[in-house]
Ligand binder design. Structure first.
Ligand code: FMN
Length: 191
């Protein structure tokens, strides 16, 4: 596993830190290597929403890079990866990625995934969605980015926020092509 290219997980400062923890748990259960980047904004939200520090994210990853380390291997397209998820993805990070800005490792790594045409999944969370954010999301979607908004699947009858968290994390893994048992799909037992 250590020699395989990693999945890159970027955690930014939108609401939804529990989803990031669940995605990392799912990747660890699948025994795939994970390179983790946590923005400064994400640290504040993680403390507010989960009452834990960034070490709780770090202990779930195989490699951890500072968001300020622009010389990290994953800042270059010459380092193979299997794809990237930004979960959750703040409006600030969406804007930077859509505009091609790479002044942090997280945004630089996203730029690398775009230029190398590798899978990129983002989980924005903002409500209501301002026009400027919709414009940026449209640009990214047109470039092939999977925009996976943190919307609840009422038709699956989630019983708790924990159920919703698992569903959203599972959708991220679906789009990275990683098998999981985080949620049961619509009529999963039907032929
Ligand atoms: C408790 C808390 C919740 C936040 N929720 C959101 C959110 O849901 N969506 C968002 O785009 N920004 C949210 N923010 C604001 C971002 O954290 C802020 O814009 C930050 O600069 C983002 O930096 P980053 O993109 O480098 O992580 C929140 C901030 C705090 C402290």
């Amino acid at each position: 596993m250590a020699d395989e290219p990693p999945f890159v997980v970027g955690v930014s400062g939108a609401s939804g830190a529990p989803i990031a923890l669940r995605v990392l748990d799912g990747l660890r259960a699948a025994e795939v290597p994970v390179a983790l980047i946590v923005s400064d904004g994400a640290v504040a939200v993680l403390r507010e929403e989960c009452g834990v520090g960034p070490e709780s994210l770090a202990e779930r990853a195989t490699h951890v890079y500072s968001d300020h380390d622009l010389g990290a291997p994953i800042a270059s397209g010459s380092r193979p990866t299997r794809g990237m998820a930004i979960v959750p993805c703040s409006a600030n990070t969406v804007a930077k990625v859509a505009l091609g800005l790479g002044d942090t490792l997280l945004t630089r790594a996203a730029h690398v995934h775009l230029k190398e045409r590798r899978p990129l999944v983002i989980v924005p969370r903002e409500t209501p969605l301002p026009t400027i954010l919709l414009r940026h999301l449209t640009s990214l979607s047109e470039l092939g980015v999977v925009v996976l908004d943190a919307a609840p699947p009422y038709y699956l009858h989630p019983r708790s926020v924990d159920d919703l968290t698992s569903y959203l994390a599972g959708k991220v893994l679906d789009h990275l092509g990683v098998p999981h048992r985080l949620y049961r799909g619509w009529k999963e037992d039907a032929p």
